[in-house]
Design a protein around this ligand. Structure first.
Ligand code: FEO
Length: 172
């Protein structure tokens, strides 16, 4: 059984994961609008990953007979229209998410909540991957350049990201 404090903290994290999904969906829409449909696809796959992160926490609360609560999701905030600053935003956002996940681990350790420590370890590992993906894309941008043919190539590469769920709902 979870403490109320832990249930509240995980509910907050569910909200933050859905905000992440919302942010990436908004970024995907902007990139598609600008013609970077490969980058838009990468960000759309990321949207689904974030919803999976949220749902995994929802499942955990329910497995622990804790109540899932629903708070307002803030409107996504980003101003970047250029590809490199956009991915700098993605990286800094993921770094903030990693810090948020570490807070849950810190609480689980303080409460001697061994089940949550084990559960949240998955997210600790996942955040290493999340930060790595964004950092690698930024590194690629530095190699190919944030303009012209370089961005065209990057757009093509990112468009190859394999979705785990169907992305075109009109074809279902
Ligand atoms: Fe749910 Fe991108 O971390």
């Amino acid at each position: 059984m979870l403490s109320q404090k832990m249930a509240d903290r995980i509910n907050l994290q569910i909200n933050r994961e859905i905000y992440s999904a919302y942010l990436y969906l908004a970024m995907a829409a902007k990139m598609n609008e600008l013609g970077y449909t490969g980058i838009g696809k990468w960000l759309t796959v990321q949207y689904h990953e974030e919803m999976f992160h949220a749902m995994k926490f929802v499942g955990y609360l329910q497995d622990q007979s804790a109540v899932v609560t629903f708070a307002r999701i803030e409107a996504p905030e980003f101003k970047e229209k250029d590809v490199k600053p956009l991915f700098q935003h993605v990286l800094s956002h993921e770094q903030a998410v990693s810090a948020s996940i570490r807070e849950i681990m810190d609480l689980a350790i303080a409460e001697k909540d061994y089940a949550t420590q084990t559960f949240v370890q998955w997210y600790i590992n996942e955040q290493v991957e999340e930060e790595k993906s964004a950092a690698e894309i930024l590194q690629s941008i530095d190699l190919v350049g944030n303009a012209g043919q370089g961005l065209f190539l990057l757009n093509t590469e990112l468009g190859k990201r394999d979705p785990s769920v169907p992305l075109d709902f009109n074809k279902i």
